[in-house]
Ligand binder design. Structure first.
Ligand SMILES: [Zn+2]
Ligand SMILES: [Zn+2]
Length: 232
């Protein structure tokens, strides 16, 4: 366990229940055990599959139309008490929540085939100015430190403003995001991982992966904290 002056002044405290944190993290073991695991899910897009017990199974959508990304890793479901932590980061700009979420995610990454670079899903500059903060960049920064993988908040950019995805149907969501990202691959990256907080429909993941593919990236993974239980 690492002690530094900050930890002496601010000992680990569970951000969910307020009791002392454990394992030098801002979460207690009880609350950690209550995080909603996304155990049985599509091996490609991490969509929860009800009634499925075998690992390595694909959902109907990924079987019929293989997506442009290699794999989404999303260890949890977007449910209590994880949703509250994500909202603390996203809308309350509470950096301790971002740090904890990224540390928890880092602990779930067992892949041996590590990417060359981590890329947060970008916000459009106007959106970033309004919000003052990109929560995916905050998660990427801590993940980079925890896993020893470089990250860049500049190379993947959002070049066009889009409508909020949640009010749109499947086709509109695709149209809404089409060609809204750009990637500067002058360093010829071949394997990168895109970082997001929540994967809802995987439309964003697919659009980003298409952009990266056009720039010469051969393998794109997505690491996100949480998956919603439906693709609709
Ligand atoms: Zn707790
Ligand atoms: Zn799938």
């Amino acid at each position: 366990m690492v002690y530094n002056w900050q930890r002496l002044l601010f000992p680990p405290t569970c951000l969910i229940c307020g009791l002392p944190g454990e394992n030098d993290l801002d979460i207690c073991d009880h609350c950690r055990s209550r995080l909603p695991c996304n155990r049985l899910s599509c091996a490609c897009c991490a969509l929860p599959l009800t009634g499925q017990t075998d690992a390595g199974v694909l959902c109907g959508n990924c079987s019929r139309h293989p997506p442009p990304f290699h794999r989404i890793i999303s260890p949890w479901l977007y449910e209590a008490p994880l949703d509250d932590l994500i909202q603390q980061l996203k809308f309350g700009q509470k950096l301790p929540a971002g740090q904890l979420l990224a540390q928890l995610l880092a602990g779930m990454i067992t892949e041996r085939d590590r990417p060359e670079l981590l890329l947060p899903v970008p916000l459009h500059p106007a959106q970033l100015k309004k919000r003052g903060f990109n929560h995916a960049a905050e998660i990427s920064r801590v993940l980079s430190r925890e896993l020893g993988i470089p990250w860049s908040p500049w190379l993947l950019r959002k070049t066009r403003e889009t409508l909020p995805q949640h009010n749109l149907g499947k086709r509109e969501r695709k149209r809404n995001l089409r060609n809204c990202f750009s990637f500067d691959n002058r360093r010829h990256y071949r394997h990168v991982t895109v970082i997001d907080d929540v994967v809802t429909t995987a439309t964003t993941a697919a659009e980003v992966a298409s952009t990266l593919k056009k720039s010469g990236v051969e393998k794109t993974d997505i690491w996100a904290l949480a998956r919603t239980p439906t693709n609709r």
